[in-house]
Structures are given as C-alpha cells and as structure tokens.
Design a binder for this molecule. Sequence first.
Ligand code: ZN
Ligand code: ZN
Length: 274
Amino acid sequence: MLTDYHVHLRRDAEGTSAAGAFTVANAERYRAAASEHGIAELGVSEHVHRFSAALDVWDHPFWRASAVDDLDAYCEFVRERTDLRLGIEADFVPGREDRMANLLDGRDWDYVIGSVHFIGDGAVDDPAYDVYRSLSPEQVWRRYFETLAEAARSGLFDVLAHPDLVKIWGGERPRPEGDVRRWYEPAIEAIAESGIAVEVSTAGLRKPVGEIYPSRAFLELCVEAGCPIALSSDAHAPEDVGHGYAAALELLADVGVRELCVFERRARRLEPIG
Ligand SMILES: [Zn+2]
Ligand SMILES: [Zn+2]
C-alpha cells in the first residue's frame, strides 16, 4: 500500500485563500492524482502557521503574516467533506512544547507531522528569513540536527518530516567542512528512542538539492535502528502528489524497507509496500 500523508491543499503563493483551497473539488483533484499513482492512503497536513491559533504558540513575523485560517474549520472540512486522512504539519518550536501540545490536543488528527524549519528566528528553507545571515554553515547544520533530535524526543509528533531539510539549497548555500554524517548519529539515536516514524519525502527532488529527504546514509542508519518509515511527497499542488515515487520506492527497496506506516486516529500500523 502506498501513502501520501504530507500534502498541502493550500499553495504557498501569496493571494491564496482557505476558501479557495478547502473545497471538495480541490480535494478531489488531489484524490485523482493519488489514484493515478496507485496511492490508496491520502491525507492532508496543512502548515500550522496558516492558522490563527498558531500565534498562541509562537509570534514569529512569518507566522504573524500567514496565520489567518481557522483551525477548527479546516479539521471540520477534511473530516466532514472529504475522504482524506486528517493531519497537520506542526513546527517544533523549542521551549513552546506545552503551547503546541495545547493546540494539538483535543482535535482528532489521524497523524501529526513534526517539522524543523527554523533555528532560532532564522529559516532553513526560506530566503526571507535566511538562517545563514546569522549563523555559519557549521552552526546551521549542527543546530539543525540537534533541534531535530529535540523534536523527536518532544513526543508531540507521529512523523518526523523531511529529516535532512537543512540540505535543501544544495550548492546554493555554503556547506560545512567535512562529512556531514557526523551529525546523523546522535539525531538518529534520539529518533529511534522516541519511536517516531521517519518521513521519506520526495519534496527534495523539486528543490535545488535535487535529492530525496533524507539522504541514503541517513535512511540506512534509521533502518538499522529499527525506525518505522512513512512515505510522502509534501505536495503543494495536485501535480506533486506521488511525485518522484519511483525513485523513492527504489531507494526504499535498496535499503530494505518493505513496509510503510499507515495512520488512523493517531494509531500507527505497518502495511507492506506491495
Ligand atoms: Zn515542511
Ligand atoms: Zn510540508
């Protein structure tokens, strides 16, 4: 069984609205694209910073600018008017774990995807808040993987998104000296201890780095440590659903992954890829 759980109905472009994204017709476009790729398990995971409730968690300027949607209306739309699984992509904000827990609690998610997009106030993946303005490449990569470990240990999330997102820019940002694998092991130790599922995401294929998240070396260590694997595209448009899955399935087979996580009401089971 194939899954695509990390999917956004709402595009990133400015000038879009919840009213335009959260429609039955739009959900059906994603469902049709999933069917074309043989993806039976389809869920959505809108960015937490899209919702006004997120400002109770963190008041970063990027969040303030985008937090306009109503979280309950989103949940109700997905549950009542679509056949999609209900998820959310929630940032890990160090020190704000209780506030994020308050936001997540009491809503009936199928799964919660945890992401690290920021180190302090600097963004790993957004040039408008570029983390490289204040930190060296060495600091960015080290702190990224430290924060990833904290995110796993927080217990807030079911899936850890795009685990080596920090590589997103490829050659467009300076890289740290030496082998970056030195930061993998402590992160994977935390991930394995926490029991969180590790996302294999084809989104990196659409970014400057042109690689699946995580790297093969990172994934091999996860598999060795017994981490369950979730597969997603991080689509922000129907045409991205299942994008790059042939490459992802080849990688998964190569490293010995034969089962994928399936989620329902925050309970996880493993299903053969088939
Ligand atoms: Zn993300
Ligand atoms: Zn995403």
